[in-house]
Design a protein around this ligand. Sequence first.
Ligand code: DC
Length: 225
Amino acid sequence: MEHKSIAIDGPAGAGKSTLARKLAGELGFLYVDTGAIYRTVALAAIRAGANPGREEQVLPLLSGLDIRLDYGPDGQQRMFLAGEDVSQAIREHRISALASAVSAIPAVRDFLLEFQRRQAREHDVVMDGRDIGTVVLPGADVKIFLTAAPEARARRRLLELRERGQQAEFDAVLRDIQARDRQDESRPVAPLRQARDAVLLDTTSLDLEQSLQAMLSLVKERLEL
Ligand code: DC
């Protein structure tokens, strides 16, 4: 039987990962966080002494890259790099910009395309990222483009960082978010943009529960659940 897929794209801090995870939980689908995969590639690059933004330094690493995605007993996605669980390490603030830089390299995106599509062939998935509805799963059953005003996204990201015990200032987080938006939207290959058939959901004035309910009703209608 064909598996169902739900594609969720949008800029950093729009609530994608939290909402996609909850949505997947409600539906009994597998949640695939594709940003975590790019983060792992960025970490692999710096650990190898390469600059994640420099194509000529990253390309030679790709063939030897040992990346694995798995799920813990708690159902949470975990990333492994050469057998080591790097799920925590890839969440460090400095990795965000490096992941954005490495993700602009076309060969990196090509390399990860099949990796991501395999998950959707083997499971019902809720997959989140930047190009899921446009490139990775253009035939997804439901596509949602989640966005929010940059200030709202910066506020949420700040809370998230502080909950993880990381120090951050609002202005710096906002600047980082805006720089990452620019970089993700302006890259020539698979830039962040709304797929023509995606539904736009602006969560600026919605809380988590309201956003989740909006997504659930859309998905149930489309999948006739
Ligand atoms: O969602 P995130 O913040 O974990 O993603 C980190 C970076 O990875 C993001 O700035 C851009 C890149 N990315 C991408 O290019 N395509 C995806 N499908 C997911 C993430």
